[in-house]
Design a protein around this ligand. Structure first.
Ligand code: ATP
Length: 271
């Protein structure tokens, strides 16, 4: 049985099936000291879909992403206003530990832990109280298969993760973020350091995951957004800070945008 580890009020483990979650961002504003990074941005990410955030450098895409799992809390002098809900529940009502379990995150540069391949997966599981040897073994294999890495590493599970190629390391990081069976996966330019073949492997695995995990991805690669996204939010910066100018499906954003900025950006005329 697939299981999802949740932390109850009494910190007892609870196992249930993973479920994609709807993410509602309403009137989000993010300020770093005096810098208004995001001003009044709203978007919805639906379960079963890949939502892509596109836009020029510095318009606040990563800031939006990192507000969803509240890692901006770690940034000094960062102030966030507005509302973010997961399946209707305000994230501020969800304890950190549960929120981090429900939301996996993958960054631009592959960042495996300085541990073996299998320990990279076991580590977060142990942190969440899963210590049964058989459960750990099964989960390692399951997530490595999910990211299509199992066949490539099954003989070398005890080797250092740093010996893997960049693309393999990134798939391992995705596997690690899937270990706790999150409902939502956030990816911040996960393919920007990878070659086209590794990129294709990651795109294909994201397409395979989207039915059970809500995926939100930041990408500078418009062709990638076109290939994998169901919904796109176009971010921009104006004199009040970063904003979302328009959201919609591929056809709307690339062929029938309602906002001139979307047309300029998606046709390479601006940004
Ligand atoms: N920790 C921080 N302290 C101060 N300013 C920050 C911080 N993080 C981001 N910013 C500023 O907020 C704005 C938005 O940054 P953010 O990284 O979210 O944009 P982005 O669209 O993801 O950029 P890129 O595509 O280059 O990664 C930028 O002007 C950036 O300089």
């Amino acid at each position: 049985m697939g299981f999802l580890y949740r932390v109850t009020k009494h910190d007892e483990p609870l196992y249930c099936q993973a479920q994609a979650a709807r993410v509602d961002i309403n009137q989000l504003s993010i300020k770093y000291k005096n810098k208004q990074a995001i001003n009044n941005a709203s978007l919805v990410a639906q379960p079963g879909q890949i939502t892509a955030l596109i836009g020029p450098s510095g318009c606040g895409k990563s800031s939006i992403l990192s507000s969803i799992n509240r890692i901006h809390q770690l940034v000094p002098d960062c102030c966030v206003e507005g509302e973010i809900k997961l399946d209707g529940v305000n994230i501020n009502e969800i304890p950190d530990r549960l929120l981090r379990q429900r939301i996996g995150m993958v960054f631009q540069q592959p960042n495996p832990f300085p541990l073996s391949v299998e320990e990279n997966i076991r580590f977060p599981l142990r942190q969440y109280g899963i210590s049964n040897k058989q459960a750990l073994k099964e989960r390692v294999e399951k997530v490595l298969r999910e990211v299509n890495l199992w066949e490539e590493v099954k003989q070398d599970l005890k080797a250092s993760a740093f010996l893997l190629s960049g693309g393999q390391q990134q798939r391992l990081c995705i596997a690690r973020s899937l270990a706790l069976e999150p409902d939502i996966l956030l990816l911040d330019e996960p393919c920007s350091a990878l070659d086209p073949i590794s990129t294709a492997k990651i795109e294909s695995l994201l397409l395979g995951l989207k039915d059970k995990i809500t995926i939100i991805i930041v990408t500078h690669n418009l062709a990638q957004a076109k290939r994998i996204a169901d919904q796109i939010s176009v971010c921009w910066v104006n004199d009040k800070g970063g904003c979302i100018v328009e959201s919609g499906g591929i056809d709307k954003i690339f062929n029938h945008p309602t906002h001139p900025t979307t047309h300029f950006f998606c046709n390479g005329l601006q940004g």
